[in-house]
Ligand binder design. Structure first.
Ligand code: FAD
Length: 489
């Protein structure tokens, strides 16, 4: 589109850009965008610039030329046209939660979707339309009023955009699958500035690729999800001293894969935070344990996790059980892990937890470098595993766990220490993994071969879809899938 100089594309009804004869500077383009867009454009030199470029990971300090706060799909279409036509670098910000700060690139223009936080629930159809810049908490809040929810991540401030496009897993994944397994359709803006809807019946190749392929194919302005009946869930926390890590993992690796699908429990190595619900005597202690979510009969929550008594090392040193509204579980860690901390993470998929892997966990769990650093194993089996391998771009339907090693600390002086610990842990553990990682857990300094390992048999098909919809790789500030060689179809 935009072949026309009349100001409007007949194909989409979008205002077209008006490239000048002489190449304008990035600053000129920013000025032009200010006049065309409804949302604000925040550029270097503006008083709100430094605040606007802060993202979740405090370790990322990049200086884009400008951040374009799009108010709707029309703004996104206009901004894409401006950026592409003037040969500028483009990044896209959903919730700003990616570990490597993919939404922020030096000297680029960020299309910031954060004004597009809205949700419309259709309780009769049990569906929800969700704005492309929404956070998980927006959907949790709106759907909960109707006793509905989708499987998504464990922190409510995470962006629905990046999480869903990467696949998305959380407490409800064993019961209802990955986030993409509840995705019905999307509205999106492509690299040529056109607006399309993608679903199983429209642009089905694109819809396949979007479910796991990240932000490679365009900018999603709205997601439509199938909701599930979830209101109040049984939440439990069982913790053992870190010295019992071996025995707990030996029990957990047998119990979790065959547990009822109403039960999920992610394993964690952690330092106990200094506050409720933890008793003072375990504050600051290194421990290991499982965070449980039970979607069955609430009166049977304790029964669902009764098997923890079978851990050879003995019963948990700390045990907490409570019914919780689902949004409360989803926001349980928000305060502990607030915006601005230093983060460095790496991940891998696992289909088993071998004795050798347990040796590695024991070693590194005892040496957590800071109070917030942690390792989680998120279950991605059961309902998620029943979706066929070729139904979506997610490449690891036979994985049982998606693991993440996260070095975290408030103090920038500890950035190197948390990085080194996470890298060394990952280096020792990786040989006992399935080879690839959840795309949203790939470290910022990892190489392209990790993206290929993540998509493995799906990579070539993704590259073909990329060639069709984004042949010049406009959308490359992501875990990038390069367009297949040859002419666009
Ligand atoms: C504390 C924490 C906890 C987490 N827990 C979980 C978890 O439980 N489960 C889980 O699955 N993941 C989890 N994640 C990982 C999370 O899914 C990723 O970090 C994800 O990238 C966040 O998306 P975002 O939109 O907030 O990020 P952003 O940094 O804004 O974007 C990330 C990528 O997605 C692209 N993108 C974002 N929105 C759109 C859109 N609307 N259209 C097109 N492209 C878009 C961006 O261009 C960028 O490439 C967690 C992350 C953090 C920091």
């Amino acid at each position: 589109m935009n072949e026309t100089d009349t100001g409007t594309s007949t194909e989409t009804g979008t205002p077209a850009t008006d490239p000048t004869a002489t190449d304008p500077t990035a600053t000129d383009v920013v000025g032009l965008m200010r006049t065309e867009l409804r949302g604000p454009v925040i550029a270097q030199g503006d008083p709100e610039y430094d605040e606007a470029r802060k993202i979740y990971n405090g370790m990322i300090d990049r200086k884009p030329t400008a951040m374009v706060r799009c108010s709707d799909a029309a703004d996104v279409m206009t901004a894409v046209d401006f950026i592409r036509d003037h040969g500028l670098e483009l990044a896209v910000r959903g919730g700003g939660h990616s570990g490597g700060g993919l939404c922020l690139v030096d000297d680029a223009i960020t299309i910031d979707l954060s004004p597009m936080r809205w949700v419309r629930v259709d309780p009769a159809q049990k569906t929800a339309w969700v704005g492309g810049g929404s956070q998980l908490r927006d959907l949790d809040h709106a759907a909960h009023a109707f006793g509905l929810a989708i499987p998504a991540g464990i922190m409510s401030t995470t962006g629905i955009g990046g999480l869903t496009l990467g696949g998305g897993h959380g407490h409800l994944t064993r019961k209802y699958g990955l986030t993409i397994d509840s995705l019905l359709s999307v509205d999106m803006v492509l690299a040529d500035g056109s607006f399309v809807t993608a679903s199983e019946t429209e642009h089905s190749d694109l819809f396949w690729a979007l479910r796991g392929g990240g932000g490679n194919f365009g900018i999603v302005t709205a997601f439509k999800f199938q909701l599930h009946p979830v209101h109040t869930v049984g939440v439990a926390l069982t913790l053992w001293p870190v010295e019992k890590t071996r025995e707990v993992l030996e029990w957990y690796r047998e119990f979790l894969p065959q547990a009822p699908e109403d039960l999920s429990g992610f394993f964690a190595a952690l330092t106990v935070p200094p506050g409720p619900p933890f008793p003072e005597e375990i504050h600051g202690k290194k421990m290991c344990g499982v965070v449980w979510c039970w979607t069955g009969d609430l009166a049977r929550t304790d029964e669902a996790i009764a098997a923890v008594a079978e851990v050879e090392a003995g019963p948990p040193a700390f045990r907490f059980t409570a019914p919780m509204p689902y949004p409360a579980l989803q926001s349980m860690f928000d305060e502990l892990l607030r915006k601005g901390l230093q983060w460095y993470w790496r991940g891998d998929f696992f289909d088993r937890i071998t004795d050798e892997a347990i040796d590695v966990h024991v070693k590194f769990a005892e040496n957590l470098p800071t109070a917030l650093s942690t390792m989680h194993l998120y279950p991605v089996n059961a309902a998620a595993a029943r979706v066929s391998e070729d139904a979506t771009a997610w490449g690891y339907r036979e994985a049982v766990w998606s693991g993440v090693i996260a070095g975290i600390d408030p103090d920038p002086a500890n950035a190197d220490a948390v990085k080194q610990w996470a890298r060394a842990y990952w280096h020792d553990l990786h040989p006992y993994s399935m080879g690839g990682a959840y795309v949203n857990f790939i470290g910022e300094d990892e190489h392209q071969d990790r993206v290929q390992a993540t998509y493995r048999h799906n990579y070539d098909r993704l590259a073909e879809v990329k060639r069709k919809y984004d042949p010049n790789n406009l959308f490359h500030a992501n875990q990038n899938i390069e367009p297949a060689a040859g002419k666009a179809a």
